[in-house]
Design a protein around this ligand. Structure first.
Ligand SMILES: [Zn+2]
Length: 285
């Protein structure tokens, strides 16, 4: 009888010990992947399926006839220079885009739309800044961040580490401003030999690729100057899209290495901006 009692007590003790230690055990899958993989909208991974970019619902996709690409340069108080826009007018433009529900898109999104007809958010627009002025970082970026607008900086390679430090460029990129190529020394490419052109294109790509740890695929021609050689070199180097200063929208069927952009300066008030965003044949002033 005493032996049975003792055996029972030992069993109860062991059971209690197991129960108690279970509270302190680390879950087996603590460091493993979640049991349920994150799925696409259909709930299944299908090869070749087009994924809807984050934050964009499927029913919100649009297939517009064209996309306006706005071209800004310097933002400052200088008057009588239409390449410069005042901070007040720039703010007015961004507020207008926000209030009218325009959706600034990335160059990857524009490429997908042009290359394989991918849908875009309604009222898409691309906002670009040329040359790498300090005001792009100091005036434009805070406003773009406030509205969570994507944008693009086209910078000559020689300005990397000069106009902006590496940290500033990384900050721009992390804030939704893509950093893309604008030649190395900002010379008009069509006036250079093929060898010089190749150097201009290779050097800016190498510089942006290494500083920003990216594969730079987008280009903007300084002064809108390019020729057949330029396009061949860009293609060889893996560039997907290149922008000119020719007026107009970007439309399906366009040469991806000769895309149009919309001039925006002080003379573009809200009425003219609206016209440029809504009519491809806007008045060329
Ligand atoms: Zn330029």
């Amino acid at each position: 009888m005493q032996r049975i009692f003792l055996a029972g007590a030992v069993l109860i003790y062991i059971a209690g010990l197991v129960y108690f230690t279970s509270f302190f055990s680390v879950p087996k899958n603590h460091t493993s992947r979640p049991a349920t993989p994150i799925r696409t909208a259909t709930g299944e991974d299908k090869p070749g399926e087009k994924l809807v970019p984050a934050g964009q619902r499927e029913d919100e996709l649009s297939f517009p006839a064209g996309v306006p690409v706005l071209m800004y340069h310097k933002i400052g108080p200088e008057k009588n220079n239409d390449a410069v826009i005042s901070p007040e007018r720039f703010r007015e433009h961004m507020t207008y885009l926000y209030e009218q529900n325009y959706r600034p898109i990335s160059l990857d999104e524009l490429y997908a739309y042009l290359n394989h007809g991918a849908g875009l958010p309604p009222k898409p627009v691309v906002i670009t800044f040329d040359d790498g002025y300090r005001d792009t970082y100091e005036i434009a970026l805070p406003l773009l961040k406030r509205y969570k607008f994507k944008s693009v900086l086209f910078i000559p390679g020689m300005e990397v580490g000069k106009s902006f430090t590496r940290d500033e460029l990384l900050d721009m990129k992390a804030s939704g401003m893509e950093v893309a190529a604008h030649g190395q020394t900002h010379r008009p490419l069509a006036k250079l030999s093929p060898r010089e052109q190749e150097e201009e294109i290779s050097r800016v790509k190498e510089s942006l690729d290494s500083v920003l740890e990216q594969d730079t695929r987008y280009f903007c021609y300084p002064y809108g100057s390019y020729d057949q050689n330029t396009m061949e070199i860009l293609q060889k180097k893996g560039f997907r899209l290149a922008f000119t200063m020719q007026p107009g929208w970007v439309q399906p069927g366009d040469n991806p290495l000769a895309l149009h952009r919309i001039w925006v300066g002080n003379s573009i008030d809200l009425r003219r901006l609206e016209e440029r965003l809504t009519r491809e044949n806007y008045s060329r002033i």
